[in-house]
Design a protein around this ligand. Structure first.
Ligand code: ADP
Ligand code: MG
Length: 273
């Protein structure tokens, strides 16, 4: 990237991160995430095929669809891991995701939680959140540095959100599977993402943990925007949100869980699985 472009580009990112100082930006009226006519092929196979997805600020959107529908590939495109062959992808009205690298997209406020928890097992819950806040500074520097009171408040707040206040001094390795998943969501929250992408968080959880996860995701919506890819239909139904059904790389149906489950095209696809 030439220097001038680099600066223009940084300006765009900066404007987006400072919405109050930027009158041109009105995310309230526009979409927070706007994917249009996105296609990508792997060895001639169209994994994503003219995909359109529009997510409002503060929404909790569930994405369902059979195996191979393109759910993970869609997340890869949003986070910059995979480049589409065609289409547009905007984060707010100013950030063109297709012009940004993976770290730049993360920096601009898109956080992703992968299926498997990847917490630092040998560190306490507290230290995991602390490390997630400061990022690439290095473990040693981070753990030796003194936290400011606002940083401590932020960690406290997140501990409350993820329901791990009591466990703050436990080693992460001692947590249950569900608690590890929450901790990892907490680690994302330490970076204040505007948009959180969460891939099948309840796989392997107990019913109680699933309920708690539902509450957590619901509580995050509003302040954050959440895209949840999920296989567990009962869980998606319990969230009572807008659902998008993906199939063969495109949107097959959209609506409430009741609406999409009574859609003939959706019934066909799931019966055929
Ligand atoms: P889902 O997450 O909905 O199960 P994926 O996005 O993982 O679906 O995959 C969509 C399709 O694209 C699948 O048929 C998969 O085999 C194919 N695919 C995904 N990634 C690649 C890749 N890197 N190379 C080749 N094919 C891929
Ligand atoms: Mg997948």
């Amino acid at each position: 990237m030439r220097l001038i472009e680099e600066f223009q580009h940084r300006d765009k990112v900066f404007d987006f991160m400072m919405p109050n100082t930027s009158p041109a930006l009105d995310v309230g009226q526009g979409y927070l995430l706007y994917l249009e006519d996105i296609s990508v092929s792997f060895d001639g196979f169209k994994a994503i095929n003219k995909l359109n997805l529009y997510i409002n600020e503060g929404e909790l959107r569930c994405i369902i669809g059979p195996n191979g529908a393109g759910k993970t590939t869609m997340m890869d495109i949003i986070t910059g891991k995979t480049r589409p062959d065609e289409g547009s992808a905007w984060f707010g009205q100013k950030i063109n995701l297709l012009e940004m690298s993976e770290p730049e997209i993360a920096q601009a406020g898109i956080g992703r939680k992968f299926q498997k928890p990847t917490v630092f097992e040998q560190q306490t819950v507290f230290a995991n959140l602390e490390l997630a806040m400061t990022g690439p500074k290095g473990v040693f520097t981070t753990l030796m540095a003194k936290l400011s009171s606002s940083q401590l408040d932020h960690i406290d707040h997140v501990l409350g959100q993820i329901g791990l206040k009591q466990q703050r001094n436990l080693l992460a390795g001692a947590l249950s599977h569900g608690q590890k998943q929450w901790l990892e969501i907490g680690m994302l929250l330490m970076q204040n993402p505007k948009l959180l992408l969460v891939d099948e968080p309840v796989a392997g959880m107990t019913h109680q943990e699933m309920d708690r996860t539902g509450e957590l995701l619901t509580s995050l919506a509003g302040e954050h925007t959440v895209i949840l890819v999920e296989h567990d239909m009962d869980f998606v139904r319990s969230l009572a949100n807008q659902v998008t059904v993906l199939h063969q790389g495109s949107v097959l149906a959209e609506g409430t869980m009741d609406q999409v489950q009574s859609d003939d095209k959706v019934v066909q696809v799931y019966l055929g699985e």
